[in-house]
Design a protein around this ligand. Structure first.
Ligand code: PHE
Length: 339
């Protein structure tokens, strides 16, 4: 019996050492220690032994069981540790890899330039007003002294919703809307989007932006107009900037003028950007026509005023040296991220 016990122990320990997974170990446990297992069978046969042999063999059998059990449990632990090590190896993350930086947006160049212009006028005591982009014919033309069938309408062809409603062709209608509501002194700028049915090219877009200005008070003269706009030009384009006013015609101002600034790129000596003239036209202006004051319910005998309207897109292009207006509207991130 001693030999049998030794043999069982050696076989059991050998197969435990060879086991590869926990299922194998369970099978070994059942084979030797289970209810019908080899060691259990032997213990059942103890009764047949002599009283002297019984305790000796009993002790040996218990020892064999203990050896098998402890070998089993250390092998279980070994297999679990190997499985864990394998998972850790396979699921490891390289924390030294650089992360993905979230990309931050920025302001569109038109917004940046509008903010600059607004700051200059706020600094001179102006307020900001706004008006609707879908406008009545009355405010866009009629009240600005451009009656139906007037030839001046041809230069500002637009998109009509119906006979009386259209997309505004300029920010000037807001002049009337403000005058109707507010009595002088009035000192406002009106930034906004405007529309004209122009074909798209390097200098034209059916949607563009203007900034209107309106000042109405007692004793406002053309000198005030020139002074304010000259200061604006110097703040905006640099102290060396010169301005010049050329006579022009707008139905809603009298007299009217266009203002040029000395070319920012060549400082007035002439270059490609200014078509070798040294000057860039940036706005239309004039003294508010008495009829327009009347449409705005303001007494032209007591008050006078000046107004101007400038193209935001053109000014942005001047400041950044952009030579094609379409770039401002294509929303190409490679273009926009330069500003
Ligand atoms: N509204 C004119 C235009 O779009 C500009 C302008 C505004 C001229 C105010 C004079 C006074 O061309």
């Amino acid at each position: 019996m001693r030999e049998m016990l030794e043999k069982i122990r050696n076989q059991a320990l050998d197969s435990i050492r060879d086991a590869k997974q926990s299922d194998d170990l369970e099978a070994i446990r059942v084979k030797y220690l289970g209810k019908k297992g080899e060691l259990t069978q032997i213990l059942r046969g103890m009764g047949k032994l002599s009283p002297e042999e019984r305790p000796v063999m009993g002790q040996l059998a218990n020892k064999v069981r203990g050896d098998i059990e402890s070998e089993l449990s250390s092998k279980v632990r070994e297999i679990e540790e190997m499985a864990l090590a394998k998972r850790l190896r396979e699921e490891s993350i390289d924390v030294t890899l650089p992360g993905k930086r979230p990309s931050l947006g920025g302001l569109h160049p038109l917004t940046t330039v509008l903010n600059l212009i607004t700051d200059v006028f706020l600094g001179m005591g102006f307020n900001v007003a706004e008006g609707p982009e879908v406008e009545l014919d009355y405010y866009n033309f009629e009240a600005l002294n451009i009656p139906r069938n007037h030839p001046a309408r041809d230069t500002q062809d637009t998109f009509y919703i119906n006979q009386n409603i259209l997309l505004r062709t300029h920010t000037s209608p807001t002049q009337i809307r403000v005058m109707e509501k507010q009595s002088p002194p009035i000192k406002i700028i009106v930034p906004g989007r405007v529309y004209r049915s122009d074909a798209v090219d390097a200098t034209h877009s059916p949607i563009f932006h203007q900034i209107e200005g309106l000042v109405v008070d007692e004793n406002i003269t053309m000198g005030d107009l020139k002074g304010v706009l000259d200061v604006f030009a110097k703040r905006m384009f640099g102290e060396k900037t010169r301005t010049r006013f050329r006579p022009h015609h707008f139905p809603f101002t009298e007299p009217s003028a266009e203002m040029d600034v000395s070319c920012v790129t060549c400082e007035g000596t002439g270059c490609r950007i200014c078509s070798n003239t040294g000057w860039i036209e940036i706005l239309g202006a004039g003294m508010v026509h008495p009829k327009v004051l009347e449409y705005g319910k303001i007494d032209p005998n007591r008050y006078s005023g000046f107004a101007f309207g400038m193209g935001l897109d053109r000014i942005a292009n001047q400041i950044y040296g952009i030579d094609d207006i379409r770039l401002l509207y294509e929303n190409d991130i490679r273009f926009l991220s330069q500003f």
